[in-house]
Design a protein around this ligand. Structure first.
Ligand code: PRP
Ligand code: 7HP
Length: 178
C-alpha cells in the first residue's frame, strides 16, 4: 500500500499534536454546554475518534453518512443522506466533525439540513481544508490543517474506499489512479 503514496503531507505526530490543540480549544469553548459531536461517515471516523478523546467534557456522539463522491475523485455535487442521526438535536450544541472541506458542497448541505432541526448552536470542525477548491463558502470554526489542491488519502480519507487506514495524510501516486 505504501508504494501507492507519492508523498506524506502530514505525519502521524503532527496530526496527533494538532488534534490535542483542537480538543483543548473545543473543551474551553463548550464548557457547561450540552455538546453533541456529529461524525460524518465514513471519512471522519479516525479524526472524530481521536478528537473526542482530546475533549475533556461530557458529550454525546452521533453519526451521519452522506455521499457526494461515489468512487471518483471528483464531487458529483449531489449530496445524498445514507444514514441519518439517531438523536434529536433541537436545543443542543452541535459540532459537525468532517475529515475535509473541499468544494464545500457537502458541508453546505449538512449545515442547511441540521439548522432546520433547530440546534442551540452549530459549528464545524474539519481536519483538512482545501480552500483553492471551494465552490460555495463555508464557515469552518476549527481547522486542523490547510492543504494545497492535491487528492489526499489516509487518516479516514479514501480513494475508491481504500487507504482510509493509513495513519498519516498522504498524496496518492498517479499510478494508483490507473
Ligand atoms: C468526502 C469527505 C467530505 C466531502 C468533502 O466524502 O469525507 O465529506 O467528501 O467534499 P466537498 O467539500 O467537495 O463536498 P465522500 O462523499 O467521499 O464520503 P466518505 O466520507 O464516505 O469517503
Ligand atoms: C474529498 C476527498 N476524499 C479524499 N481525498 C481528497 O483530497 C478529497 N477531497 N474531497
Amino acid at each position: 500500500m505504501l508504494d501507492q503514496v507519492a508523498k506524506i503531507l502530514i505525519d502521524e505526530k503532527k496530526l496527533m499534536n494538532r488534534v490535542q490543540e483542537l480538543g483543548k480549544q473545543i473543551s474551553e469553548d463548550y464548557e457547561g454546554k450540552d455538546l453533541v459531536v456529529i461524525c460524518i461517515l465514513k471519512g471522519a471516523i479516525m479524526f472524530t475518534a481521536d478528537l473526542v478523546k482530546a475533549i475533556s467534557l461530557p458529550l454525546s456522539i452521533d453519526f451521519m453518512a452522506v455521499s457526494s463522491y461515489g468512487s471518483s475523485t471528483k464531487s458529483s455535487g449531489v449530496v445524498r443522506i445514507l444514514k441519518d442521526l439517531d438523536e434529536e438535536i433541537e436545543g443542543r450544541h452541535v459540532l459537525i466533525v468532517e475529515d475535509i472541506v473541499d468544494t464545500g458542497l457537502t458541508l453546505d448541505y449538512l449545515v442547511k439540513n441540521l439548522l432546520s432541526r433547530k440546534p442551540a448552536s452549530l459549528k464545524i470542525c474539519c481536519c483538512l481544508d482545501k480552500p483553492e477548491r471551494r465552490k460555495t463558502p463555508v464557515k469552518v470554526d476549527y481547522v486542523g490543517f490547510i492543504i494545497p489542491d492535491e487528492f489526499v488519502i489516509g487518516y479516514g480519507l479514501d480513494y475508491d474506499e481504500k487507504y482510509r487506514n493509513l495513519p498519516f495524510i498522504g498524496v496518492l501516486s498517479e499510478e494508483a489512479y490507473r
